[in-house]
Ligand binder design. Structure first.
Ligand code: UD1
Ligand code: CA
Length: 455
């Protein structure tokens, strides 16, 4: 089957009460529209057309990393039929068209495949669902023998028609040659003065096509986002699905209701994730990784047997096996920790490499630094990497010991085996295996008395 998908995304989304076009609001860290585009891709169409209108430049920009999207401008939103019509010149007559909505993000691949399976030259595939509360939706009108004859929009429906529980999800599939013909005949003689795509159903019936309906696995798949409350419902549902999938893969989630995935995670076995953890972007977790509560990890590779304790933030970093991070550590972009590294509380590491078995346990800033193996960095050590104009590197070679409360003014090298005395400000290189310190000598004034308050 040659397949073209058309995704409708021109609407403004007034009820979102936002300056952002509706389809750019995030679900699980990605624009609503991107979820739909990705699902569309999963059924391998020949082409994907996205109809944009409100904030079209913003929408195109936000999805500019997605290749092979044909953007269709709909300057005025005159209705769903008009929207589809804008895309028709770009679509070959022999193709089957699948219509999707940019604000219906949870539609699943197999639901679409099922719909396409019932669609051929002589049928129109229509995704419908029976709802307890169908209000607002277009209703599916069937004849006595159960055949679909037309769709009536809520606002145009009679008393009796409003009682119909089967609704139009908006998602449908049909041959482009048919669609072409019907769209040319659409008018806007209805309550809303819009060109309704739904009017093609009765035209299809007139032309002798059969309307074949199919349904999604669950209602949530066809739910649209119109306001922030609906967005939050879909977000939770999405997260619940992801959490279930991960637990099936063997990840222990201490509480699946307090876990958020905003990207993709690949995990080894016996991984444990405590509560309120957010994983963003592309995440790789090795075997037996343990992530403590309230931690955010974004675009990172975490090796086997790593323990990340509570309240850490890790971004664009690699953490070597058996390392121990936190609590309260911040690992910033371009950081590479080798195996068995310890990064302790209130330590910030940025754009640095830390060698095997090295420790930065307390209250330090390590930026633009290369640290060798078996190095011990004392509490309160600061690499002074910025002179107000440029950044400079600090090199700390293997087996170095840095005493507490030391400033290393970059560019500077601390050679192999060197020891730096506590409280030093180091401005030039410290030689191999020697003790270097910069500190005024300690004196004691014997017999000195504290001043006393005058009576
Ligand atoms: C539409 C259906 C209705 C169905 C419901 C399901 C029609 C006439 N009605 O109604 O039967 O039950 O969806 O949610 O099709 N859009 C454009 N350009 C336009 C108009 C709309 O791109 O000119 C886009 C919107 O941004 C949205 C989608 O099409 O993503 C649906 O439009 P909306 O106005 O929400 O349609 P409904 O009135 O909900
Ligand atoms: Ca809608």
């Amino acid at each position: 089957m040659n397949l073209s998908t058309i995704i409708l995304a021109a609407g403004k989304g007034t009820r979102m009460r936002s300056g952002l076009p509706k389809v750019l609001h995030n679900l699980a860290g990605r624009p609503l529209l991107e979820h739909v585009v990705n699902t569309a891709r999963s059924i391998s169409p020949d082409d994907i057309h996205v109809v944009v209108g409100h904030g079209s430049e913003l929408v195109k920009d936000a999805l500019s990393h997605q290749n092979n999207i044909s953007w269709i401008e709909q300057a005025e939103q005159l209705g769903t039929g008009h929207a589809v019509q804008q895309a028709m010149p770009a679509i070959e007559d022999k193709n089957t068209i699948l219509v999707l909505y940019g604000d219906v993000p949870l539609i699943r691949q197999d639901t679409l495949s099922k719909l396409l399976n019932v669609t051929d030259d002589n049928t129109l595939g229509l995704l419908t669902v029976e709802l307890e509360d169908p209000s607002g939706y277009g209703r599916i009108v069937r004849s006595k023998d159960g055949k679909v004859t037309r769709i009536v929009e809520h606002k145009d429906a009679s008393e009796d028609e409003l009682k119909i529980g089967e609704i139009n999800t908006g998602i449908l599939a049909v041959k482009a040659s048919h669609m072409h013909k019907w769209l040319d005949k659409l008018d806007n003689n209805n309550v809303q003065g819009e060109y309704y795509l739904t009017d093609i159903i009765s035209m299809a019936v007139e032309d002798g096509l059969q309307i074949v309906t199919s349904s999604p696995q669950s209602e949530i798949e066809i739910m649209g986002v119109n306001d922030k409350q609906q967005l939050s419902v879909l977000e939770r549902e999405f997260q619940r699905r992801e959490a279930e999938r991960l637990m099936k893969e063997g990840i222990t989630l201490v509480d699946p209701n307090r876990f958020d995935l905003r990207g993709e995670v690949v995990a080894g076995s016996d991984v444990v994730i405590d509560i309120n953890v957010i994983l963003e972007g592309k995440i790789e977790l090795g075997n037996r990784v343990h992530i403590g509560p309230n931690t955010i990890i974004k675009n990172a590779r975490i090796g086997d047997d790593v323990v990340i304790q509570a309240n850490c933030v890790i971004e664009d970093a690699v953490v070597g096996e058996k390392s121990r991070i936190g609590p309260f550590a911040r690992i910033r972009p371009d950081t590479k920790l080798a195996a068995s590294v310890h990064i302790g509380n209130f330590v910030e590491v940025k754009k640095s490499e830390v060698g095997e078995g090295s420790k930065v346990n307390h209250l330090s800033y390590i930026g633009d630094t290369t640290i060798g193996s078996k190095v011990n960095i004392g509490a309160g050590t600061i690499t002074c990497n910025y002179d107000g104009a440029n950044k400079h590197r600090t090199i700390i070679e293997d087996d170095v010991f840095i005493g507490s409360d030391t400033q290393l003014v970059a560019p500077v090298t601390i050679e192999k085996g060197a020891t730096i005395g506590a409280g030093s400000t180091i401005t030039s290189n410290a030689p191999e295996n020697e003790l270097t310190l910069s500190r005024s000598k300690q004196i004691t004034q014997r017999g000195w008395k504290r001043p006393v308050k005058k009576q």
